[in-house]
Design a protein around this ligand. Sequence first.
Ligand code: ZN
Ligand code: FE
Ligand code: FE
Ligand code: ZN
Length: 277
Amino acid sequence: MSTARHTAPRADLHTHTALCKHASGAPEEYLAAAQKAGLAFWGVSDHFPAPAGYDAAFRMAPDDLPRYFGILDSLRDIADASSLTVLAAAEFDYVPGRMNEVFAELDPLRPKFDYLIGSVHYVGDFAFDDPDKVDEWPRYGVDAVWDGYLTNLENFVKLGGFNVMAHSDLPKKFGFRHSKPETVLRRMTDIYAYAAAKGICLELNTAGLRVTANEIYPAAELLRAAFRAGMRITLGSDAHKPEHIAFAFDEAAELARSVGWTAHTAFVRGEPVELPL
Ligand code: ZN
Ligand code: FE
Ligand code: FE
Ligand code: ZN
């Protein structure tokens, strides 16, 4: 009888704080949830406030950055004597034509971060994953949103500057699927190859299980393509509430093992740390 797998220490690298204005709960409640889940690493990765004015209602304000690092410092102090390591991170977006502004804000702060998560939440001016904008999908066109998403993701990966590719098939969130799934698979296979060459990890994001899509991001056939491309993986709950921490990680680990991975990755000061699944 072995329970080693089930009790293997894990890392949740994608979680938020109330500073982004759409997450709830005190930092200490997230910390308690991370400890209760038995995590070895908990990465706090709130939405980074750049470029100026972009998506301001859904990310922390630039003036909140000192407060954000203050929260991280105090969480690290509290967790210090425990077996949990708190990691400092941020989730930042690909904004076509404005990445110079993003990196101008982000680059001086890199020494403060253990790792960075790269995300695409917009196609043009359409926040396609915003629950308040679900009705606008038909107007933009399902295939057009997916195609634009894939173009943004490809350009972001080619640009680089981040360690983890978040929720890589996010447009499926509300159940809208490309009419030619083979197109998504083909383009994503190329994107994963570029990412693997840059050492970017693929995130298994369990937030997909909490929405209409009702499956982990990304889907199993994409996971198999990423595995073949040689990508390493991270686990992320995308917690916007304390009770989301390490959400469905047994299911994510089982899925990852079924594809072929035996480990997942955390980052400490930019250096990968491998943990069994
Ligand atoms: Zn969020
Ligand atoms: Fe995101
Ligand atoms: Fe997130
Ligand atoms: Zn996210």
